[in-house]
Structure formats: structure tokens, C-alpha cells
Design a protein around this ligand. Structure first.
Ligand code: CMC
Length: 430
């Protein structure tokens, strides 16, 4: 007999099925709760809500474990490439040599964006935020790919996925060039995924950027580390939009918007701004920590804490090592890295952070690395989006494969009781 949980409420007892995950994770299925009891569950902020069953990514937040399709992030970081990791996340297995060759070939084939799309960049003011432009352009792409919206076969899906992952770097780099008033640089088919992006970011007419292998490797690692993270805010958004039957482009454009916020992907910008402020204003770190702990202040230690990790974020450990390696090779030391390390040290020895199990997350060191690579601060979250895209696509696919049930939460209504409409002449001013 399957295990059941027992719920007693209002003198009645109900039995709810228990669901077991592959890694010992357990849930109580409440899908029929309202139908049988009249109650719904309330979990504002989804602290304890499993919104779906997913076979893509596993996180054990207490142990600090992250695996894509079962493979530990540490192994992928050491041995894989971003292009291969995209396949793994979307299709569930590492590609064979032939599959990888064809997959990479699709990325090269679709690296250009439609000439009509380039004209959109003229419509944005130079002050436009690259995340706004990215989201708008991903959505606009669907206007140029109408045959891919229906996605009638696995082959069309594969082409749409490869197009999106390939073109996001072209759009991202073009939005940067447009924002600084320089001519847009076209992709070069002989370059690998990361070198090509750096070429489009930093080449200028008559002067090609020569990608430095350490910078290329760092970008590759950053993209792999960001590629998926189970039901985070942006991936859940993508699933929510996808559940209505919306196409992949629309769903991923929504993911970009969700990622933008400083509590999610925008934290990499917030961390560097915080470190810069600490440096420029010569702020005492102990004083700063006192401020972030103050309940009357809205200040948070950016890059610290995570909804799921109550241990060191495994991505942060890899980022820290990368920061040390990459910046260690540079002639000048970056004072922000030194401040980040001292800040981490102070925080990890403070009972406030220890008791709440707040550790550095992926964003704590990523901004310092991106800065060292010459990436401007307003592009940091765009890089995060480029990395997260395969995760969004994998989630979009999973929703669609499951026969798309509409995601539609309920609520506890706290507004006014029923009342009549008042004509405008009879309304009293408040
Ligand atoms: N600095 C100071 N206090 C914090 C912090 C922080 N960074 N994070 C959490 N706390 C405190 C919080 O005030 C609360 O204290 P108390 O119990 O006394 O009220 C307690 O820790 C629990 O916080 P919470 O807000 O309930 O936890 P959460 O799960 O909602 O927060 C978080 C997760 C990431 C939003 C939060 O830790 C935070 O705001 N961190 C800073 C922003 C950041 O770095 N975001 C990137 C997340 S990782 C990248 C990604 O996946 O997007």
C-alpha cells in the first residue's frame, strides 16, 4: 500500500498521498485537497511548495550539492563545454560525438540574426537597459520564425532551441554595441561559442579582438555554472508561461524579465556595486555587516544567502577558485576581490550569518570575474541569462512533454466584501 499522510482539520481526517522523488526527496500531494476538504494550502513565496516533478536538475541545499541530469556540477565545470551542457540539460544525456557535431553545427548555422531584427536596435535609446532589450528582442525573434512557433516535430524543436541559444549571444553583443554607439559586429563562423560572443562584444571595425584563452575558459565556466538551477524564479516563470501553451520565445523572454531583479540574477550587479561602494567610500567592513544585520535597515549583504542552499553554494566555491586563478594572472590586483574575501571572512564568522545559514552564493564572486574579463556591469545579468537559457528551454520542453497542465495557483482573498457599484456623481472623496 502506498504511504499516505494524515490531515485532521475541523474534526475530520483526510488521507493525502505521499510522493517520493529519485533522491529521497518527499512530498505530500495536495492536488485534491480543496476538492475533498474545501481547504487550499497557503505558502507565500513558495518556501515549501513543489510546483512540478522535474528530471532536469537536482539540488541538495543542506549538503551543497548541484547536479545537472545526475552529473555533479564540479565534473561538468572541469570536463564539459557550454554547448555540450546545453544538450545534456535539454535532452537528458551527454551527446555522442556525432550529436555534438550536428548540435554545434546548428549553432554556427543560426548565429546571424535577421537583418530586420538589427533595425530594432535603432529604436531603443542608448540608455536602454540590455535586459529590457534582450527580453524584447527574444520575443521579436518569434516574428521572424513563425514556422518555429508551432513546433510540430522534434526536429523543429531542436532547430528552435539551437537558434535561440546561438542567437542570444548575437543579440546580447549587439545590444551592448548599440548602447555605446559603436557599429554592430557580425559573428564569425569559425569561432567557438564563447570566443564568438567575446569577438562580437569587443572587436571594432579594422581591429579584431583576439580572445585570450583564460578569458574564454572563464566565460565557458560561468555559462556552465549558470545553466540551470531547478525551480528558481526565472525557470518557474518560464514554466508558468509555457503552461499556457505559449511558445518557447515568449516563455524565455519572460524568463529574462524574472531574472533581472536584484534578488535573483541582478544580484551579480548589486554585489559589484556594493563592493565598489565599500572600496570608494573606504567603509569599515564590520560596520557594514552591522548595517546588514540591522532589522530597521533594508540593506542586505548581496551575494549572500539562498532560498535552497543552507550550506556553501557549490557554484560559489568554483567561482571563488576561478576568481583567484583569473585575477591572479593579472598584473594589477583587483581591490574588489580582496574586499569580497575579507567580507566573506567577517560574515562567515558572525553568529547572525551562521545561525541563519547564510553563505556566499553564485553571484558573490561572478561580478568580480566578469569585471576582470572587461564585461561592463550592465551586461552582467545578460551573461547570466545567456547561461540560464538552456535550463529555461529544458523546462519549457518538460512542461510541453507532460501535456501542458495550466499552472494556476489559488489565493486567500483579503480584500473588501461584496458591495454595489457607485455612480461617479455619488462617490464621496476619501
Ligand atoms: N543579508 C542579510 N540578511 C539576510 C540575507 C542577506 N543577504 N539573506 C537572508 N537574510 C536574513 C533575512 O533577513 C532573514 O532574517 P530573519 O529570519 O531574522 O528575518 C533570514 O536571513 C531569512 O531570509 P529570507 O529572506 O526569508 O530568505 P529567502 O530564502 O527568502 O532569501 C535570498 C533568499 C537570496 C532572496 C536572500 O538570501 C537575499 O536577499 N540575498 C541577497 C540577494 C542575492 O544575493 N541574491 C542572489 C541569489 S543566488 C542567484 C540566484 O539563484 O538567482
Amino acid at each position: 500500500m502506498l504511504e499516505q499522510a494524515t490531515l485532521s482539520v475541523g474534526g475530520d481526517t483526510y488521507h493525502l498521498p505521499v510522493v517520493d522523488g529519485a533522491e529521497g526527496d518527499r512530498a505530500i500531494n495536495v492536488t485534491k485537497l480543496r476538492e475533498t476538504t474545501g481547504f487550499i494550502t497557503l505558502d507565500e513565496g513558495y518556501y515549501n511548495t513543489g510546483s512540478c516533478r522535474s528530471a532536469i536538475t537536482f539540488i541538495d541545499g543542506d549538503q551543497g550539492i548541484l547536479r545537472y541530469r545526475g552529473i555533479p556540477i564540479e565534473q561538468l565545470a572541469r570536463k564539459s563545454t557550454f554547448v555540450e551542457t546545453c544538450w545534456l540539460l535539454i535532452y537528458g544525456e551527454l551527446p555522442t560525438r556525432e550529436q555534438l557535431r550536428c548540435w554545434s553545427g546548428l549553432f554556427t548555422k543560426y548565429e546571424m540574426i535577421h537583418e530586420g531584427l538589427y533595425k530594432h536596435f535603432d529604436g531603443f535609446p542608448s540608455t536602454g537597459h540590455p535586459m529590457a532589450i534582450l527580453s524584447a528582442m527574444i520575443n521579436a525573434m518569434s516574428c521572424y520564425e513563425p514556422s518555429l512557433i508551432e513546433m510540430e516535430s522534434p526536429a523543429t524543436f531542436q532547430i528552435a532551441a539551437a537558434r535561440l541559444i546561438s542567437k542570444i549571444r548575437t543579440i546580447a553583443a549587439a545590444s551592448y554595441k548599440a548602447s555605446i554607439g559603436l557599429p554592430i559586429v557580425y559573428p564569425k563562423p569559425h569561432l567557438d561559442y564563447c570566443s564568438n560572443f567575446l569577438h562580437m562584444m569587443f572587436s571594432i571595425p579594422f581591429r579584431d579582438y583576439e580572445p585570450d584563452p583564460d578569458t574564454v575558459a572563464a566565460l565557458q565556466l560561468i555559462l556552465i555554472l549558470h545553466a540551470d538551477h531547478e525551480q528558481n524564479c526565472s525557470s518557474s516563470t518560464v514554466r508558468m508561461v509555457a503552461s499556457s501553451g505559449a511558445n518557447m520565445f515568449a516563455s524565455c523572454a519572460a524568463g529574462v524579465c524574472a531574472l533581472w531583479g536584484p534578488l535573483h540574477g541582478g544580484a551579480n550587479v548589486a554585489v559589484v556595486e556594493m563592493l565598489q561602494h565599500l572600496h570608494d567610500d573606504n567603509v569599515d567592513l564590520n560596520d557594514y555587516i552591522r548595517q546588514v544585520k540591522d532589522k530597521n535597515s533594508t540593506l542586505r549583504l548581496m551575494g549572500f544567502g539562498h532560498r535552497v542552499y543552507k550550506n556553501y553554494d557549490p557554484r560559489a566555491s568554483i567561482m571563488k577558485e576561478l576568481a583567484d586563478n583569473l585575477l591572479g594572472k593579472m598584473r594589477e590586483r583587483d581591490p574588489l576581490l580582496e574586499i569580497a574575501k575579507r567580507l566573506e571572512d567577517v560574515a562567515l564568522n558572525d553568529p547572525y550569518f551562521v545561525e541563519r545559514r547564510l553563505y556566499p552564493n553564485v553571484d558573490f564572486y561572478s561580478g568580480v570575474i566578469l569585471r576582470a574579463m572587461g564585461i561592463p556591469v550592465n551586461m552582467f545579468t545578460v551573461i547570466f541569462a545567456m547561461g540560464r537559457l538552456p535550463g529555461w528551454i529544458a523546462n519549457w520542453r518538460e512542461v510541453n512533454e507532460g501535456g501542458a497542465t495550466l499552472y494556476r495557483p489559488r489565493q486567500i482573498y483579503t480584500g473588501g466584501l461584496a458591495r454595489d457599484y457607485v455612480p461617479i456623481d455619488e462617490r464621496k472623496s476619501a
